[in-house]
Design a protein. Sequence first.
Lengths: 298, 306
Amino acid sequence: MSVPESALLLGQNTARDRRRQWKGHLFWVFSLAATSVGIITLMVLLVDVMIDGLGRLDADFLNSYASRFADRAGIRAPLFGTAWILGLTAAISFPLSVGAAIYLEEYAPQNWITRIIQVNIANLAGVPSIVYGILGLAVFVRGMGLGRSVLSGALTLSILILPVIIMASQEAIRAVPDSIRQAAYGLGATRWQVTQRQVLPMALPGILTGTILALSRAVGETAPLIMIGALSFIAFTPQGLTDQFTVLPLQIYNWISRPGADFHEIAASAILVLLVLLLTMNAIAIILRNRCSRMRVG
Amino acid sequence: MTRETDARALARRRSRHVGEQVIGFLLFLCALLSTLVTVGIVVVLTRETLVFFQEVSVLEFLTGTVWTPQFVDKNFGVLPLLSGSLLIALGASLIALPIGLLTAIFLSEYANDGVRGVLKPALEVLAGIPTVVYGYFALTFITPILQSIWPSTGSFNALSASIVVGIMIIPTVASLSEDAIRAVPLSLREGAYGLGATRLEVSTRVVVPAALSGVIASFILGISRAIGETMVVTIAAGSLAQMTLNPLEAVQTMTAYIVNVSLGDTPVGTIEYKTIFAVGFTLFILTLAMNIVSQLVLSRFRERYE
């Protein structure tokens, strides 16, 4: 690392030093501005959607089905569809991912199989979501004959968020101090008893935080569900696993892709509903995370 | 205690061990599932792609410059889609890489805890906004602005999608870069400050070079995410597969093509249906290669400090 010569002339405020300080201030302004780009965009986006969408947001909008006429259309079907997808995806992905995380952290021997599984999970997290949609189309919709059902959608989104929950859970499990495990083993507990009664309760807030964040990603996904052929014009709510469905992002996409400002308006209203749902989920996750970090200090 | 109850206790313990093994095996199956997903992706994509290549030559697919599988006069050159994806990714990188890195430097080197406590969650919210919402923003907010600046801008154009995809991947680049930058030991900074360096000099000549592998890995991952992005480009960039460098024109990316074919009710077994898999395979290989390169950069070129 080259050290500026002027640094050696301590106490002497030369013209070069002043230039260096000036550059430093400029850089500070620059990086502050860069950091603000994201935040400002976020605010502009929220305000823009509110201006467009607040007008149509009322009980009727939440309670009506899709319609050819923008002023009569509502989001009852996608709301129920999103609730179904959220519940099913949670039920499928949570046990599988936490199981995988427990295996990798508490059970797995240090060998090449474990390493491959671990590297593979990291790679899966980088696969574009639409590729999961192609997989869902080929395996669940066609291969297993589940059709364009809620179940196909939930299975597709479950494998999409699997790596995310696994990695978050692994981190939470890893954060449990080893002394706890050693104490439990010392008292004669088996591996599962240690895991179930000591490690999991301590790691649970972290695991839940990761799961909720992953689920909020699943709720916002559009492309994989377009791939498996979830429809956006549906005038009923799903009653069972094999029923067809639509979700909020799909309904939003459908309205955006139509010409005409009135459909764009109700798209914005639906976006507001989706964002409220996601922000609530995020807030729950953040509260859980803060509570768990306080627990660790205490 | 009698012998009999002792034996019973022993048996119970043994069954407990059998239970233990069953649990261990079940957990192993959960972990194995993720590997099966990868195998599933590879098998599904490869099988249908091979069928596709029985009808279309690999050479035509990889070097053809016209992509019209849905027309009567069918052409299967993937280059227009690939160039569309790369044009969007290039534009997005021009925004996300410098801004992401500067954000990371600001968060790690300049911001105090209070400022960080506001900025970090805000970036997380930015990362959590669904892509379809970004698409809406690009189409109804950014594009009209571009049209008022350059009247020739199409209502679907690559620039608007690039800008929004770029903003979307800022959090990815910023948070991964920041992790790398924060991992640089304090002693390096203190050494530089002790020699009289300014904060700018410490940041750009000591900290960032020391964290370079992590920063580059975050760049590659960000670009890979831009290539895999689907909804923003489907909504804002249009569906015209053409090779152009003009960002004010419509382009079609690989991802947008896949969505467009799926929206129509394409019968199984037709050549259009198979193109989904051929294009998906190309996309998968491209992003996978980038992800692997970024992991290699991280593990091979990481500077280790004690």
